[in-house]
Design a protein around this ligand. Structure first.
Ligand code: SAH
Ligand code: SF4
Length: 357
């Protein structure tokens, strides 16, 4: 067993893993009135307390019992890095089993966005992505997903500010960990607690068709981003191997279904790789693929990943690609990448500390 692991902690129930109904059930099994669940829920998700002693509306005996039987926090920040622009902050967390994940907080003019992970590693192995290169270890629990958000919310609270948006764009594939991701969303949007609007949440997926259809069926206004990166099956099969299982015709049909059900515009992520997916012909193919769909393309200059054979497109090619999309009236933005100096950009998150240079 590695040092630092506390076997006792494994007997305790992580409170953030419980749904509101499960928390109520636990408390009633202890002979507590149901309204205690409301109180605790508010302490957790509104006041963002980190210690049971702060739950001052609870009787002391209940606070002690909670501390004995449950855990308020399960993750430890090991390392925090701030990008030179001061607008991006990356945190490496140690989980209870000593696995590690990374999460990012991004500040914009009127928004504070948490970019959170849903898995330790990722099973999909997209060739240009650092997370994909480290393989898959395990799914995160709902509580571990929520706890990343609360960590940043506390940080902002201390400065008199609040978290405004959550994007599931960190490590892992949210729709491959559907139950936990969905439970985390229900917790974060619960109106007696954290009360985040569903429209302020975006899930990014590599294109898991059954997951997209299931999410459409929830009837919630969650933003959906698709990691597309290629306009044809031939190329996407190479860059995003899961495309062989869910090719573009199936993926686009699921996207159209999502738009019909939610009325929300879908985002397509397209990381521009030099000589691979950045030609004018490919821009035209992309426009054709997306024709008639309520959508927006995020052009991302590829972030360098050491293991990846691909290079970022030069600026001139990026602008030419964008101009071609504009000509075809495809709504798009060229994303200004953040935090690449601390490896916090899209696709740069991984499970370990980076070796110091
Ligand atoms: N697994 C999900 C969620 C991760 S989001 C998904 O793939 O959508 C991470 C985003 O960064 C995805 O859009 C991914 O395709 C993109 N990405 C991965 N590697 C990248 C890189 N080297 N440069 C730019 N974007 C990258
Ligand atoms: Fe996984 Fe997404 Fe990276 Fe692909 S891009 S390896 S699905 S995290």
């Amino acid at each position: 067993m590695r040092s630092g692991r506390n076997p006792k902690a494994f007997d305790k129930t992580p409170l953030l893993d419980l749904t509101y109904i499960q928390l109520t059930g636990l408390l009633t099994s202890w002979g507590e009135p149901a309204y205690r669940a409301d109180q605790i829920w508010r302490w957790l998700y509104r006041s963002l307390v980190t210690d049971f002693r702060e739950m001052t509306t609870l009787p002391k005996g209940l606070r002690v019992r909670l501390a004995e039987a449950t855990l308020l926090r399960t993750m430890k920040p090991l390392e925090e890095q701030r990008a030179a622009d001061g607008l991006t902050r990356k945190v490496l967390f140690a989980l209870r089993d000593n696995q590690t994940i990374e999460s990012v907080l991004m500040h914009y003019e009127r928004r504070h966005t948490a970019c959170i992970s849903t898995q330790v590693g990722c099973p999909f192995g997209c060739v240009f992505c650092a997370t994909g290169q480290s393989g898959f270890v395990r799914n995160l629990t709902a509580g571990e997903i929520v706890e990343q958000v609360l960590f940043f919310a506390r940080f902002l609270q201390a400065k008199g500010e609040g978290l405004t948006n959550v994007v599931f764009m960190g490590m892992g594939e949210p729709l491959a960990n559907y139950e936990a991701a969905w439970q985390a969303i229900e917790t974060l949007t619960h109106d007696e607690g954290f009360n985040l609007g569903t429209r302020r949440i975006t899930i990014s997926t590599v294109g898991l068709v059954p997951g997209i259809r299931r999410l459409a069926g929830e009837g919630a206004q969650i933003g959906l981003a698709i990691s597309l990166h290629a306009p044809t099956d031939e190329l996407r099969d190479k860059l995003v191997p899961i495309n062989r299982r869910y090719p573009l015709t199936q993926l686009m049909a699921a996207c159209r279904h999502y738009v019909e059900r939610t009325g929300r515009r879908i985002s397509f992520e397209y990381a521009l790789m030099y000589g691979i997916n950045d030609s004018l012909e490919q821009a035209r193919q992309l426009a054709q693929l997306l024709d008639g769909l309520l959508c927006h393309v995020n052009l991302i200059p590829l972030n360098p990943v050491p293991e990846s054979p691909y290079q970022p497109s030069p600026r001139g090619r990026i602008l030419a690609f964008q101009a071609e999309l504009n000509r075809s009236k495809v709504s798009n933005t060229l994303r200004v990448e953040r935090g690449t100096d601390i490896q916090a950009g899209c696709g740069q998150l991984r499970c370990q500390r980076m070796p110091k240079e």
